[in-house]
Design a protein around this ligand. Structure first.
Ligand SMILES: *Cc1c(COP(=O)(O)O)cnc(C)c1O
Length: 409
């Protein structure tokens, strides 16, 4: 792999994003290829959270809601995320979890198409999305799940809502947001996009695509911390015409009027429900500082280049160990992760983690590697591949401790 090592050195030397790594806290020697599951800690977060605890909570107490602007954080953070996903100001809030936000927008979407209570999704969608749809539809509608490549053809007249994840969590396959949204609009189908593996990973153009609703995750590429608040987007023209059925006082037009009757706030605020988790919001807000001045086109270019290099490395030994690429080889059809079907993949991943290379495992046999251009180098990618080859060659993974399943894989 010496030629690939040299290629990595050349790419690192010319990398316009290399300066960003210093803004993250990464344990020494760790090669972290799991920023698609939990992004690493931005260096400015600990002090901001410590200040929110000691000064905000400790000293300001209840006064903090006004003095610290806590009440506006969902909107302010939403606007910062909006810039990364091609959304207008005032069309995104940061709130709740992705699952809860999906339930909110799905209810709103279904209410727009009362005669067509059929939700179309694909088999590659993340299970929580499918569970949310099953729960929200109950006996009153149908969830239709087809193969990812069959989605366009499955937009039949009974379908009311198209609910897709742009980047498949397992394979990294990228759906055609523009094309499918256009087709849906022509057919009167309301669109919901889950951007869990898109936000901070690649340029997204929600407004340009004309998507109706979107949701996404704060703790993956955006590095907002474990269980960070998620986000929710509603197309500006729709905002005052739709509402969630998960209505709470924070989505009321005047929460502190304590009116017994619900009247939705104007705009995106009506999708708020309860009191925001301020300590987590502060962490999320601080984490977003890293993205100021980041060119998403440069992020995309490096992400694909990191993935291509990793594929080139693994290609050298894949057939000897029965590894099969589970992701599109063509970067135009791939998000920011690359996966392989790998026999005994769970144990192989545990052995890799034991050697300081963190990726993850997804059932049934997929080893998955995420590429986060702001803090990964090309040299690390080549090194990670060499360690994987060594583990496979020596069968290091075939030890009892690597087979025992943990609760989180
Ligand atoms: C990670 C992920 C989620 C996570 O949902 P939570 O409510 O945060 O647990 C949802 N959807 C997709 C597509 C994901 O990849």
């Amino acid at each position: 792999m010496d030629d690939l090592k040299q290629r990595a050195a050349d790419l690192d030397a010319a990398d316009p994003l290399s300066g960003w790594r210093g803004r993250f806290i990464i344990p020494d020697g760790l090669i972290y290829l799991d920023g698609n599951s939990l992004g690493v800690l931005p260096g400015n977060v600990p002090a901001r959270v410590a200040d929110a605890v000691a000064r905000g909570w400790g000293e300001q107490l209840i006064r903090g809601w006004n003095a610290e602007g806590w009440m506006d954080l969902p909107r302010r953070i939403g606007d910062r995320i909006a810039r990364l996903i091609g959304a207008a100001e005032g069309s995104v809030i940061c709130a709740d979890s992705t699952s809860i936000n999906l339930a909110k927008v799905l209810q709103a979407a279904l209410a727009m198409v009362p005669e067509r209570q059929v939700v179309l999704s694909d088999t590659g969608n993340f299970p929580t999305d499918l569970y949310v749809a099953q729960g929200q539809l109950g006996q009153a509608g149908t969830l239709k799940v087809v193969a990812p490549e069959d989605v366009a053809a499955a937009m039949t007249p009974e379908v009311g809502v198209l609910m897709l994840t742009e980047v498949d969590y397992r394979s990294g396959r990228l759906q055609d947001m523009h094309g499918l949204t256009d087709r849906a609009r022509d057919l009167g189908i309301v669109t919901i996009w889950d951007l869990a593996h898109s936000a901070g990973a690649l340029p997204v153009d929600l407004a340009g695509a004309g998507a109706d609703f979107a949701v996404g995750c704060g703790y993956k590429y955006l590095s907002g911390g474990p269980g960070a608040p998620a986000f929710l987007y509603v197309r500006p023209e729709l905002q005052n015409r739709v509402s969630s059925r998960l209505t709470g006082w924070m989505g009321h037009a005047a929460p502190f009027a304590f009116d017994p009757d619900y009247h939705p706030a104007e705009g995106i605020d009506r999708f708020r429900v309860g009191t925001p988790p301020i300590l987590s919001m502060v962490a999320m807000d601080a984490a977003l500082d890293v993205w100021d001045g980041v060119d998403m086109q440069a992020v995309r270019a490096k992400s694909l280049s990191l993935g291509d290099l990793f594929i080139a490395c693994i290609d050298r030994f894949a057939s000897a160990y029965d590894l099969h690429l589970a992701s599109p080889r063509d970067g135009n059809h791939r998000g920011s992760q690359v996966s392989w079907h790998c026999p005994d993949g769970y144990a192989v991943m545990q052995a890799l983690i034991d050697r300081g290379v963190i990726g993850d495992f997804r059932e049934p046999d997929v080893i998955r590697f995420g590429f986060t251009p702001l803090y990964l180098s090309y040299a690390e990618v080549v090194k990670a591949a060499a360690i994987l080859q060594d583990i496979l060659r020596r069968r290091t993974w075939d030890q009892p401790q690597f087979h025992a399943r943990a609760r989180v894989t």
